[in-house]
Design a binder for this molecule. Sequence first.
Ligand code: FE2
Ligand code: FE2
Length: 222
Amino acid sequence: MTLKIETPVGEIASQFPLSTRVFARHKIDFCCGGGAPLQKVCEKHGLDVHEILSEINAEVANEEEDTQWNDVLLTDLIQHIVSKYHASLKEELPRLEMMAVKVNKVHGEKDPVRLQAIETIFSELKTELLEHMIKEEQILFPMIAKGQFVSAVGPISVMEAEHDSAGESLKKLRELTNDFTPPEGACNTWLALWHGLSVLEKDMHQHIHLENNILFTRALNS
Ligand SMILES: [Fe+2]
Ligand SMILES: [Fe+2]
C-alpha cells in the first residue's frame, strides 16, 4: 500500500501502526473518525497534508514487522487486546475515578463547574467501559474467535457506537482539563489525575484503533 492524501486515516493507521504517533502528535482522531481521507482531516485541523505525509513516511521507515497486527491470528490479536488494554483499564478506571472524586471534594471550590463535570463524565465513562469490555469478552470476542462472523455483524456495530461515545467523553475530558495541563499549585493527586487521564486517552485511542480498524474490519471481511 502506498500512502496517498485520499487514503482514510483509519486505513493508514491499520497498515502502518507507527503512523499513529503522527496522528497523536497532531490530535488527529484515527479511531472514531477513521473513515475520513487524510487530506480532509488535515484541512479540518489546519495542517499541511504533505508535511503530515512526510512525517508519517519518516515514522513508517522505522516500522517493525512484528507490529503488523494485520498478519497475526485473530485469536492472538484478541488475546493482546484483552491482556494489554482491558487489563489496564480494569485497574485504571476505578483508580482514576477515586482521584477525580477526591480532587473535586478537596479542591472543588477552586474550579467548581469543571471539577464536578470531570468527576461526572469520568464516572459515566468508567461504568460504560466496564460494561463494554464484559460484552466484548463474553459475547463478541468468543464469536470472532469461533469464526461466527455473520453473527458478529450486529454486536460489532453496537461496539463501534459505544467506541464513538467513549471517544466523545474523552474529548470532553481533554477540553475540561485544558489538554491535561494542570493548574499552578495543583496537589499531587491532581497532577496524577491529569497525567492518568492523558495516558488513558492515548491507550484508548490505540485500543479502539486495534478493534475498529483491525479486529472488526478483518472479522467483517472474513
Ligand atoms: Fe476493547
Ligand atoms: Fe471496544
